[in-house]
Design a protein around this ligand. Structure first.
Ligand SMILES: [Zn+2]
Length: 405
């Protein structure tokens, strides 16, 4: 693994993605102390490490707004993985974080982990104990008694006061985002994704507490009523959004609510019968997939804000394969430019970190991925490890399968 110790860095000879122009611009990228400090052709000051990026395409590090990084995506984990001792799960989480970073994902939002492994993982990475992406961690999600995620990635709360208290406690434990469950879901046995979960009053209380502490709120919401309850309560993003109707879309546009569609999750679950995914989940996944795609297409047409999220950790949805979601978002309606923006700049906007990362702008973190191919001509290349030449997080090189400095 190579490191760059505060040495100025010049990525020379390539083209960089300009988010506003939605195109690649020929020019070098100069980074100092982990920050992008100049763009365009330039002479490198003495002592600069020059990296030849001739013919390469430089994009901002990808941002996945919905992961469960402590989970591997192994279907058996659903039934047995949670019983592994905490220490083993922590080792696994560290490994997943590293593979995620190697794949060019420099920031993730983790929307629920047993034992709040996401919070400590984030702290370990920031302290320099481990290499991984920047993690915005929700701690445990908050769900109603018996609701989706209970006993797994979420804690239970009932009534506005309990939801309020649960959100306060997650923030006390280090959560930097909040996850609320506004409907049932696919992977919890006996829970119907078409049923709403928390009431509007409960969701409003949770959003109020999160907002007071400057945390964004992600709502797991599949059913139409659940989506509307969450949007009306003021959540920042709707996760999944399987059954949106015209009214829900209009509400999202009015309030600026994001959709994080997570198309990859039901895709794998619906096609996973031979891979050990429990039958109840495969049946629910199939039911969801077609409507989910339709809903996503309608949201794009309506002009709803979109950001990329995989729901990595759901069955067969593995860490380091995150960019498959960018490809699916393009397959089902976004232009390659928009799919790339949804996976970088727009995702940073959703997570309220656009002053830190998400674009190749002077003053932002040097979170940069160099590609051997133009992703605007072939968006699929983002999901092909051999396309990724180099990954930098905060100006520090990460070893990838495609090449090292
Ligand atoms: Zn999830």
């Amino acid at each position: 693994m190579s490191t760059i110790n505060n040495r100025p860095l010049l990525l020379q000879g390539g083209s960089f993605f300009e988010s506003e122009a939605r195109t690649f611009v020929r020019g070098d990228v100069f980074c100092k102390n982990g920050i992008i400090s100049a763009l365009g052709d330039m002479e490198a000051p003495e002592g600069t490490l020059i990296v030849d990026c001739s013919g390469q395409f430089l994009i901002p590090g990808l941002i996945d707004c919905h992961v469960h990084i402590s989970s591997s995506g192994d279907p058996a984990e659903l039934t047995s993985g949670q019983r592994l001792p905490l220490a083993r799960r922590a080792w696994h989480a560290a490994k997943h974080a590293y593979s995620t970073l190697q794949a060019g994902v420099t920031t993730v939002r983790d929307l629920g982990a047993a034992d709040r492994l996401n919070v400590e993982l984030s702290r370990a990475i920031e302290a320099g104990d481990l290499e991984g992406p920047r993690i915005i961690a929700a701690g445990m999600g908050v769900t109603m008694s018996g609701g989706h995620g209970h006993g797994f990635i979420a804690r239970e709360a009932d009534g506005a006061d309990e939801v309020r208290k649960a959100v306060r406690e997650e923030i006390r434990e280090g959560a930097t985002a909040i996850k609320l469950f506004a409907s049932g879901g696919v992977l919890t046995p006996g829970v119907n994704p078409r049923s709403p979960a928390f009431t509007r009053e409960e969701l409003t209380a949770g959003v109020e507490e999160a907002t007071k502490a400057f945390r964004t709120v992600a709502a797991h919401a599949q059913s139409t009523a659940g989506i509307k309850n969450a949007v009306a309560a003021g959540v920042t993003s709707i996760e999944h959004g399987v059954w949106m109707d015209e009214e829900a879309l209009a509400m999202m546009i009015e309030l600026g609510t994001y959709l994080v569609p997570t198309l990859t999750a039901p895709f794998h679950i619906a096609h996973g019968a031979d891979n050990g995914i429990p039958t109840y989940a495969v049946e629910k996944g199939r039911e969801v997939l077609e409507d989910h795609i339709k809903s996503y297409e309608q949201a794009i047409q309506a002009g709803v804000r979109i950001a990329m999220g995989t729901d990595q950790g759901t069955p067969l949805n593995r860490p380091g394969e995150n960019a498959q979601e960018t490809v699916r978002m393009a397959d089902f309606g976004l232009s390659p430019e928009a799919a790339l923006l949804a996976s970088t700049a727009w995702a940073a906007d959703l997570l309220s970190i656009s002053e830190e990362t998400g674009r190749l702008h002077v003053g932002l973190a040097a979170d940069i991925v160099s590609l051997n191919e133009d992703p605007l001509s072939n968006v699929r290349c983002l999901a092909q490890p051999e396309t990724i030449a180099r990954v930098f997080r905060n100006g520090k090189a990460v070893s990838t399968t495609g090449g090292m400095i």
